[in-house]
Write a protein that binds this ligand. Structure first.
Ligand code: 8OZ
Length: 364
């Protein structure tokens, strides 16, 4: 078995190590939802990671759920992201963009013409979102998507996939985790539709299948990854049969030959029960392709997950946020900078591009 520090290949992608940057929402986009002027520096500082996955980026104006998150649906956004991909490629890195639609996790004040958030069913989540001056607010009552809403949204995924290609990304990751739109279709607590998109998992999977087929009309399967959170409860998610729901999902995904499957195994600050851990492990065994693990990984359990073959790569969130040279620090076994939670969401360079590398720290 290889080590965490050795190259890997998945789909059409070759990477120099198995330490990946997890997608991290940073709420620093410009008013037109193009990435911040500092984003090329932020991402390229982390180009020593095998693969960088961008912050979740909405596929359309209807897909937004928080203030100042970037989009990937117009020319200004493509131009902004092109600067990011150029900067990462100049340093020998690889970068995928995460395609996002929040579904019901939104607020009318963020949406076009103050419209209601779209969701599989008109079930309001017990969850909050950040809207700006008003701070954290309860998410709005969603509207159950009509068949036209579904068709338009699937077309928006295709358009965003095309924009991602123009922006020079190496691939795309479909965000199907953490209680956003695709997850809302998959889990029965948020999908109570009685048409072909609801009911049994074969129907609840239909939306994701159609999204995948659209994205795969633009990208090769070997350039498309997917992120799921089968045990996730964030954003008020529930499912009555998680193991069988996600067993079906993983078995169906196997047939698509995607670049990778990426699980949020646990959410920051949460721990899986034994039952949840068993679900995660059973699902990983069903998956036949490249597997990226995320959630609660540090040097030692990351190294052993790779050596034991449990995972093919590890995506690090908070520790990579605070340590632009995380691969080097893990390999050397030296101390890590602590992440500053007060600068995670919004603001400028502070807590974004100003975390020192190990060499800078030693020199100081
Ligand atoms: C933190 C804050 C806002 C959004 C996710 C995109 O959980 C997010 C997110 C995380 O996947």
């Amino acid at each position: 078995m290889p080590t965490l520090y050795e190259p890997a290949q998945f789909g059409k992608i070759e990477v120099k190590n198995r330490i990946f940057l997890a997608p991290l929402t940073r709420n620093r986009s410009k008013p037109d939802f193009s990435p911040s002027d500092l984003a090329p520096e932020y991402y390229s500082q982390r180009a020593s990671g095998g693969l960088l996955i961008t912050e979740a980026s909405q596929i359309s104006p209807e897909g937004i759920g928080y203030i100042n998150t970037p989009g990937i649906y117009n020319e200004a956004q493509v131009a902004g992201w092109k600067k990011v991909t150029d900067a990462v490629h100049a340093k020998g890195g690889k970068i995928f963009i995460q395609l996002w639609h929040v579904g019901r996790i939104s607020h009318t004040s963020l949406l076009p013409n103050g419209q209601a958030p779209l969701a599989p069913s008109a079930l309001r989540a017990k969850s909050q979102t950040f809207v700006g001056d008003a701070g954290m607010v309860d998410v709005s009552e969603p509207k159950a998507m009509s068949l036209e809403d579904i068709a338009r949204t699937i077309a928006d995924y295709k358009h965003a996939a095309e924009c991602a290609k123009k922006a020079g990304f190496d691939g795309v990751e479909i965000h199907a985790a953490n209680g956003y739109l695709i997850d809302q279709f998959l889990m029965d607590g948020s999908n109570q539709r009685t048409d072909q998109y609801g009911g049994p998992i074969e129907n609840r999977f239909r939306f994701l299948r159609e999204v995948l087929n659209m994205v795969l009309s633009v990208w090769d399967a070997g350039e498309v990854g997917i992120r799921l959170s089968p045990t996730g409860k964030f954003n008020d998610m529930s499912d009555t049969k998680r193991l069988s729901t996600f067993s079906y999902v993983v078995e169906q995904l196997n047939a698509f030959n995607l670049a990778y499957l990426h699980f949020v195994e646990t959410f920051p600050g949460m721990q899986n029960t034994d039952e949840e851990q068993n679900i995660i492990e059973a699902l990983i065994k069903k998956w036949t392709g490249f597997y990226i693990a995320n959630g609660g990984y540090e040097k030692e359990n990351a190294e052993s997950a790779i050596i034991s073959g449990k995972a093919d790569a590890i995506a690090f969130g908070r520790s990579f946020l605070a340590n632009p040279d995380l691969p080097k620090r893990l390999e050397l076994g030296v101390a890590l900078n602590d992440p500053d939670q007060s600068t995670f969401y919004g603001g400028g360079a502070e807590g974004y591009t100003d975390y020192p590398t190990w060499d800078q720290k030693k020199a100081a």
